[in-house]
Design a protein around this ligand. Structure first.
Ligand SMILES: NC(=O)c1ccc[n+]([C@@H]2O[C@H](COP(=O)([O-])OP(=O)(O)OC[C@H]3O[C@@H](n4cnc5c(N)ncnc54)[C@H](OP(=O)(O)O)[C@@H]3O)[C@@H](O)[C@H]2O)c1
Length: 293
């Protein structure tokens, strides 16, 4: 018999990739925001009781990092309270919860990859609300699995890669921050890691997943320009100029270093992540194919 797994936030970058890559043996029930608002406790309770899934994957979040500084109430309602409602409802119906969190729970002061048990110290409202969500999930459902990730992009929705492609098509030169370092993560690879976790019900607690390797936003932009020309998504080269983050002020402070230590995930999920540049190439091919459909 197929195992019922509900995906909430199914319309986002990760949600779409999860729905596209559900493994055999899973009856995947993707719920977009219009079908389930995780900030509505009664709706969460009612829907999960009605569907009675074996597992729930939470890909829903308030992800507007800068806007969260001016509307923290909304960020907290979704990222902290909503995550808690899901965990409480899962506890009541005996379902497992896979919850997704962020590198922004860290302050970026480290100089080596953050282990899942490293001390947290978020710099902004988004990171604080996501950390509160992790805590609410693990308190209501201690067996839940929290997967932190970073720098997510995909062919769907808005993200750094698609913004760069648009700007690179419009401009001769772009300035991109080179003193913030992390790891880009194709949502497809993250979805596959979550499906691997869904197949290992004994796993719980905090895990980290990004693609492999390290780069700055500047390095990432240079790679996007080169790979997009090879794929045929960009017709001409563009100059990418490195600048410090201090030259590109944003409402929310971001960690300068947010590389995550993924060794426990690679061990427990039985697969290592692919290098971020390899994944970028695959995502651009996917984007091109979707554009041609
Ligand atoms: N994007 C990144 O760079 C990044 C980095 C680190 C961690 N993460 C984490 O990774 C996970 C997936 O992120 P993503 O990039 O896929 O985000 P995304 O593309 O912004 O998708 C989030 C989805 O959640 C939905 N949503 C928002 N509020 C909701 C609510 N109250 N009830 C139900 N659904 C709601 C959104 O719907 P609408 O579109 O209708 O608002 C959207 O479809 C999140 O937990 C995020 O915090 C992301």
């Amino acid at each position: 018999m197929q195992q019922k797994i509900v995906i909430v936030g199914a319309g986002g970058q990760l949600g779409r990739e999860l729905a596209r890559s559900a493994p055999e043996g899973v009856a995947c029930l993707p719920l977009q925001r219009g079908e389930l608002d995780i900030g509505d406790r009664q709706a969460v309770d009612g829907r999960l009781r009605q569907l009675a899934p074996a597992q729930v994957i939470n890909a829903a979040a308030y992800t507007a990092v800068d806007r969260a500084e001016s509307e923290p109430g909304l960020a907290w309602r979704i990222n902290a309270e909503g995550a808690g409602y899901l965990a409480q409802a899962c506890a009541e119906i005996g379902a497992r919860l896979l919850h997704v969190s962020t590198d922004f729970v860290f302050d970026g002061e480290a100089s080596h990859p953050y282990r899942p048990d490293a001390p947290t110290a978020p710099l902004g409202e988004y990171g604080r609300s996501k950390l509160a969500g992790e805590e609410a999930v693990l308190q209501a459902l201690p067996g839940a699995l929290v997967m932190r990730t970073a720098w997510v992009y995909s062919a769907f929705g808005g993200n750094f890669v698609k913004t760069m492609l648009r700007l690179m098509g419009e401009r001769e030169e772009l300035a991109v921050v080179d003193d913030q370092v992390g790891t880009p993560t194709w949502a497809r690879g993250l979805a596959q890691a979550l499906w691997a976790a869904a197949g290992r019900p004994q796993l719980g607690g905090i895990y980290h997943w990004t693609d492999a390797g390290v780069c700055s936003w500047y390095d990432f932009a240079v790679a996007i320009s080169e790979e997009a020309q090879t794929t045929g998504l960009l017709q001409r080269p563009v100059t990418v100029r490195p600048i410090p983050a201090s030259d590109y002020p944003t409402p929310a402070r971001r960690p300068a270093y947010s590389v995550l230590d993924k060794r426990a995930s690679w061990r427990d999920l039985g697969e290592a992540g692919s290098h971020w540049r390899h994944q970028l190439r695959a995502m651009l091919a996917d984007l091109k194919e979707l554009q041609n459909e």
